[in-house]
Structure formats: structure tokens, C-alpha cells
Design a protein around this ligand. Structure first.
Ligand code: B1M
Length: 225
């Protein structure tokens, strides 16, 4: 697909144009472009530019909401294609995923969930504004291997720590690996709050989840009988 099409995808997000965004996604699939190429080269750069414009006062909240709608329209087309790949694989592990309490940003978290599902993980997405106790009760219910917590605001990052505390309180911390991510989150922050790993983007989250599943497998085989 020529770079022009990726530029058009990017622009559809900046313009907050859901119909254009989804039409371009359909064209991309028909042309044999992988959903990941469209996301990484077209739509995500659009969202990044929206964030920069918002930060510099060149775009306002309603514009940012329209851009999010456009992104979701594109994802509605691309997600089923990505997920189909995962349905054809054996289960790689169970992940409980959500955006932390106080935070309603969902696009990045949903993308992480879609890619995990595309790589064979069973993903239970709790949505946004999720309290720590909900992560813990769902992890117990599903015997989750991994809990993934997204945060997009500097003010809600600390609630990632709250999720770890809730897992500790529920007596689940030793059984469940915790991964954290989101734009303001860093490896250092993950270490500081005692998470098992940090991923900077959705593909790294898949690699990290696989690595943690390997570690879980090893500790199981090494555990005394
Ligand atoms: Co908001 N917002 N927003 N916003 N918003 C940011 C985050 C901001 C950086 C914009 C800015 O000022 N430049 C800023 C935060 C500043 C800060 O805290 N330092 C901000 C603000 C201030 C706000 C409000 C407070 C605005 C207001 O009301 N005045 C408000 C807060 C609401 C709340 O949550 N309580 C708000 C609201 C909104 C909308 C509702 C309008 C909308 C969200 C709609 C939705 O999600 N349905 C929105 C949007 C769209 C954004 C920006 C523009 C884009 C976020 C996004 O979707 N990016 C964002 C600016 C930016 O990030 N550049 C911004 C695309 C997405 C694919 O990337 O989410 O980073 P991202 O996810 C990546 C990685 O971070 C990583 O992988 C993903 C894919 O590669 N990742 C993980 C994410 N989660 C992970 C979890 C993992 C691993 C990796 O493991 C579990």
C-alpha cells in the first residue's frame, strides 16, 4: 500500500472522521495490508499527533473525542481480523486486562488485548475505570496467569500500585504476574511499584506476556512436589 494511504489513515484520525477511518481500514484489508501495518503506520501516528496538538492548545477536548471515535471505527474493522489469528492457536495463558481506576482511556489497552488475543491468549477485558479489587476478584474467578493494567494519566498511574496491593490482599500475588503500561508509565515505575514487567507498546506486551508465561512454567516445574 502506498504511503499516501497511511497518510490518509493518519489524517482521518486527526480530522475525527470515523467513516473515512473505517473505509480506509476496509480498503487496507482488501489490499492485503496486515491490520498491524495499518495500526502502526496509519492510525497510531494520527493519535500521537492529536495528543501533541491537544498538549499545545491546537485541539480541544471535543476534537480529541472525535479522534478517539475515528480510531475506534478503524479498530472495529481491524480487530476481528487480528483476533481470528488467535482463535486458531492453542491457549497461551489467561490475561485479565483493564484501565485503572479514574482513567477512561481505552484505545491502547484495547489494542494490547487484541494483540494478546491474536497471539493465543485468552483475554478478559474489564474495560476502563477499574478498581483494584475488581482486578483481583476476576483474577481469582478465572485463575488468571497475568493481570495487565493500563494507565494514561500521571494522576492514575499510582492506581496501578493499588491493583498490586489488591492482589496481595486477596492472597493472589504469588500466582499472578502483573504487567503495566500506558504513555506515562516507565520500566522504572514498574520496578518501583513491584510489577513483574513493563511494556512500551502492544507488541512488546505480547513478548512480555510470553516471557512471563515461560517463567511461570519454569517455577511450576521447579516447585517441590
Ligand atoms: Co486524554 N490525555 N484526557 N483523552 N488523551 C492524554 C493521555 C494526554 C497525554 C493528552 C495531552 O495532554 N497531550 C493527557 C494526559 C496528561 C498527563 O496525565 N500527563 C490527557 C488528558 C489531560 C485527558 C483529560 C484529563 C482531558 C480533560 O478532561 N481535560 C481527560 C481524562 C479523562 C479520564 O481518563 N479521567 C482525557 C480524555 C480523553 C478522551 C476521552 C477525549 C480520549 C480517550 C477516548 C478513549 O480512549 N475512548 C483521550 C485521548 C484520545 C487522548 C490521547 C490524545 C490519545 C490516547 C490514545 O488513545 N493513544 C492522549 C495523548 C497521547 O497519548 N499522545 C491523551 C493511542 C494509543 C494506541 O496509544 O494509549 O499510549 P496508548 O497505548 C499504547 C502504549 O501506551 C501501550 O501500548 C499501546 C499501544 O501501542 N500501552 C500498554 C497502553 N496500555 C498498556 C498496557 C500494557 C502494556 C502496554 O500492559 C497492561
Amino acid at each position: 500500500m502506498p504511503d499516501d494511504n497511511f497518510a490518509a489513515m493518519r489524517q482521518s484520525i486527526i480530522d475525527g472522521a470515523p467513516d473515512t477511518a473505517s473505509g480506509l481500514a476496509q480498503q487496507a484489508i482488501a489490499a492485503g495490508i496486515t491490520p498491524l501495518e495499518a495500526i502502526n503506520n496509519g492510525y497510531v501516528p494520527g493519535m500521537q499527533e492529536v495528543g501533541e496538538k491537544f498538549a499545545h492548545g491546537q485541539m480541544f477536548l471535543p476534537d480529541m473525542m472525535a479522534s478517539a471515535e475515528a480510531m475506534q471505527a478503524a479498530m472495529t474493522v481491524l480487530e476481528p481480523v487480528l483476533k481470528k489469528q488467535g482463535a486458531e492457536r492453542p491457549t497461551a495463558g489467561t490475561v485479565v486486562l483493564g484501565t485503572t481506576k479514574g482513567d477512561i482511556h481505552e484505545i491502547g489497552k484495547t489494542l494490547v488485548g487484541t494483540l494478546l488475543a491474536a497471539h493465543g491468549f485468552r483475554v478478559h477485558d474489564l474495560g476502563v475505570d477499574v478498581p483494584g479489587e475488581k482486578f483481583a476478584s476476576t483474577a481469582r474467578e478465572l485463575s488468571a496467569d497475568i493481570v495487565g493494567v493500563s494507565a494514561l494519566l500521571t494522576t492514575t498511574m499510582r492506581n496501578q500500585k493499588g491493583v498490586i496491593e489488591a492482589l496481595e490482599k486477596a492472597g493472589l500475588r504469588s500466582q499472578v504476574k502483573v504487567i503495566v503500561g500506558g504513555a506515562p508509565v516507565s520500566r522504572r515505575w514498574a520496578e518501583e511499584i513491584g510489577a513483574d514487567g513493563y511494556a512500551k507498546d502492544a507488541m512488546s506486551a505480547v513478548a512480555l506476556a510470553r516471557e512471563l508465561m515461560e517463567q511461570k512454567g519454569q517455577s511450576r516445574t521447579q516447585a517441590p512436589a
